[in-house]
Write a protein that binds this ligand. Sequence first.
Ligand code: KG4
Length: 335
Amino acid sequence: MKILAIESSCDETSIAIVEDRTVLSNVVSTQIEEHKIYGGVVPEIASRRHAEAISLVCEQALKDAGLTYSDIDAVAVTFAPGLIGALLVGVNFAKGLSMSLGVPLIPVHHLRSHIAANYIAHPNLEPPFLCLLVSGGNTVIAEVTDYTKFNILGGTLDDAAGECFDKAARCMGLSYPGGVNLDKIATTANNKKYPLPYPKVSTGKYDFSFSGLKTAVLNLVHNANQKGEEIDVPVICATVRQRVCDMLITNTINAAKEFGFDKIVMAGGVSANSELRARMEEECKKNGFSLYYPPLKYCGDNAAMVGAQAIYEYKDGNLGDCSLNATATLPINYR
Ligand code: KG4
């Protein structure tokens, strides 16, 4: 079954054609350069760029796969969560295509797709497993009991890990997307130099809080600027990265032990972080767990992962019709 999958939840317009877990084509048109001057994504601009790019990206995806519209058996689309105007471009394009081709429409949850990026990279990976999902807008630890069944064990109470990285990076003058650049310039930390906090949470034991750390970096940098003091940017970057990784790794390993998982999967943009990958590898090895994460090209937003998740949504009968709408926020276990 050849699925044409569409992703437009934030600042990447992407269309892929996926058959089983094989990617026949995956075209990604990124808007990063345009949003860079504002230091973050401007939703109105994002929607307009999706509208301009989507038909061309679709033509290219078909061309790269050596296929035509008549070869497509289903259309899948990210419908939630994300920037509402951006999602609507993809959803409406998908509805038009599915109606005109007379093929099923498969709505796909964005976070489920991030997990499914692993199905492309690891053909033998199957649920159940424990997942750490870390992106720009979400930080969640979930039991993935089946391809479309999720049980949330913990999540962030405030900011996502990616938001913490991005805002910390921005206040130190690093360009958007900050998390990537913070990871690049972080040097082996003298992590006693800047006593940044580990925010505590008093709710669920697998919950996170990143806003206190983010605010501490903003205060540190602003105070230094006001006093005309130099700051050691690579060391602050390394300290922030270490704090975030400590929180993510501790909660994930503890949850795996308590719930009896020996398979851990990481997903989302922040799973590209070099320290997170290296230290999680070490911890998993120590505990006899196997670890999976996507190759860098599938960590960020792309439509191949949407197509990979769509296979299982289709098998479960989770189909949409012309009344499908976009939704800005929706938990991963919405159905
Ligand atoms: O999953 P994603 O592409 O978009 C969302 O669905 O949110 O995640 C984007 C986030 C951004 O916050 C970006 O700074 C972060 O992932 N990110 C990283 C790295 N690469 C991307 N954060 C830390 N280290 C990285 N290497």
